[in-house]
Design a protein around this ligand. Structure first.
Ligand code: MN
Length: 242
């Protein structure tokens, strides 16, 4: 177990090395674009989700994995003025209208940026149960909180390889559970995302190794239901973005 843990840390260090390698080595090299998309602040310390996700994983996931999606997205829209000016949610929702040569990169990096921005926002809490409007919607559409957890966890376990489980929310406040491979997003189907869990191995491997079910089960303990409630209300109001 300790060996696997150290190996995980080495993989993290390798990621750091790679990040420094891709920086321009000389004045002649073109600088990597630094905008228009930026890594959002977490809003809490790396150890805030310790009940489910260790601080090292939080830091690597945010600082390197998420940053790589932001960097890749900025590179993809470089010189594409119309795309570079688009809000992230509109860019991801319009993926199938984007230039075909850019579409795969926009899908992976734009989807990755949107998915992770949502993911950090809904964590940092103390778990517990939904309340208010979102609770009522869960009771109506997803069989109550306990049944919702069971269905969502089963969806997260059904993702083969890398991907996500999401809850989508309509303007009528209707909820549904969906899964997506890779960094695809329900936004690509014109649906808004209430919440979602990242089941890529990078999200849980240091602490849980192959035990995805354990990670998926613990993840509920760090959700911030006030934030998710705010996202639900924004979904109904039509102001929910990514
Ligand atoms: Mn991730």
């Amino acid at each position: 177990m300790a060996f696997i843990h150290r190996r995980g840390l080495m993989l993290g260090a390798a990621g750091l090395g790679l990040a420094s390698l891709v920086r321009p080595a000389s004045a002649q090299a073109p600088a990597a674009p630094t905008g228009p998309f930026t890594l959002p602040q977490l809003g809490y310390a790396f150890d805030k989700n310790e009940a489910a996700i260790d601080a090292r994983t939080m830091e690597l996931h945010w600082r390197f994995h998420h940053q790589a999606y932001v960097t890749g997205l900025n590179a993809a829209v470089a010189g594409q003025d119309a795309l570079a000016r688009m809000p992230l949610d509109e860019l991801v929702m319009g993926i199938n209208q984007a230039p075909e040569a850019l579409r795969t990169r926009l899908r992976n990096f734009g989807g990755g940026h949107a998915n992770h921005s949502m993911f950090w926002e809904i964590m940092g809490g103390a778990g517990g149960e939904a309340a208010g409007n979102v609770k009522a919607a869960i009771d109506r559409d997803l069989g109550g909180f306990g049944e919702f957890k069971n269905r969502f966890n089963a969806a997260a376990m059904s993702v083969f390889g890398s991907g996500w489980a999401f809850v989508t929310v309509t303007r009528e406040g209707r909820l549904a559970i969906v899964t997506k491979p890779n960094q695809d997003s329900p936004l690509m189907d014109g649906q808004r995302v209430l919440m979602g869990n990242d089941v890529w191995e990078h999200a849980y491997y240091l602490r849980y190794q192959n035990r995805r079910a354990e990670y998926v089960g613990k993840w509920w303990d760090v959700l911030d239901w006030a934030k998710i409630g705010t996202r639900f209300d924004a979904g109904v109001a039509g102001t929910l973005k990514v």
